[in-house]
Write a protein that binds this ligand. Sequence first.
Ligand SMILES: Cc1cc2nc3c(=O)[nH]c(=O)nc-3n(C[C@H](O)[C@H](O)[C@H](O)COP(=O)(O)O)c2cc1C
Length: 317
Amino acid sequence: MNAGDVDLTARLGPLVLKNPVATASGTFGYGLEFTDYVSLASLGAITVKGLSLRPCLGNPPPRICETDAGMLNAIGLQNIGVEAFLTEKLPELHARGATVIANVWGDTEDEFRSVVERIGDDPRVAAIELNVSCPNVVKGGMVFGNDPAALGALVSAVRPLARRPLIVKLSPNVTDIVACARAAVDAGADVLSLINTLVGLAIDLETREPKIGFTTGGLSGPAIRPVAVRMVWEVRRALPGVPLFGIGGIETAENVVEFLIAGADAVQVGTASFRDPGLAGRLVREVAEWCARHGVQRSSDLVGTLKTRPRAEHRYA
Ligand SMILES: Cc1cc2nc3c(=O)[nH]c(=O)nc-3n(C[C@H](O)[C@H](O)[C@H](O)COP(=O)(O)O)c2cc1C
């Protein structure tokens, strides 16, 4: 079988993508910054930087630092605002044939509602992704995402305003990811994406100050991949019919395949695009090559095929 014969279509409920490789919010700008490196139309989707009702400057620096096998960030959701996105970015994204996922956020339920109302029935937007899981802001963000009841209330409030498929992006900074997943789905989410970053702290030993101005930051990159794969598997097992985007530390085609086997219907590539801006485009081809080498005709045939062994009870010597 040749890579060209592999069917890469990813079906996430009402959202159908040409392939399962998308980019993750906040790591791919508004997409247009990357056109020298990748054809936007070749990607499953691009998820744009989290948009708010008003433009936002984010947090004061320092806002990022490197860690072993990843990075911490506390950008604080800097963005140009939904109006500027609609007039300055979306027309060109559309002209270039990009499948656009609009990631949105607000400090309050009202702000979430307003931003979704503004963008939620634009036919140039393939789906809306609610960021209820940003650990780097004092208001909004995890305030909603960490509490299943608050999350359900928020999703119910915005659901009628979104005429496009609604994705809810879950926080890993919880004890029970399945409870949050269930609350979002019961309130009307069409698709779930997971995971956002894990709260971390890095310290400068000389100054004894946090390396990040916000004190804590969100950990991303390969360091978080096994946590993300485990959470995807847990949610898939508990809610088998719910379409999922897997996110966390993806750098290779093998990493993509691992998420699919765990139960993701598609993935989003995040931090790795900073080091290699053409990566997502290459992964589309390499996933097809991987499937061809393994005799897999449709990449969707891999989804949720993890073979688990029964867990044995521990034995004493
Ligand atoms: C610098 C930076 C900015 C981010 N901004 C957003 C954002 O605006 N909205 C959002 O939902 N997630 C945001 N994220 C989270 C990523 O989309 C992704 O969920 C996370 O980084 C895990 O994937 P990765 O390990 O592949 O980076 C951001 C991550 C980074 C590193």
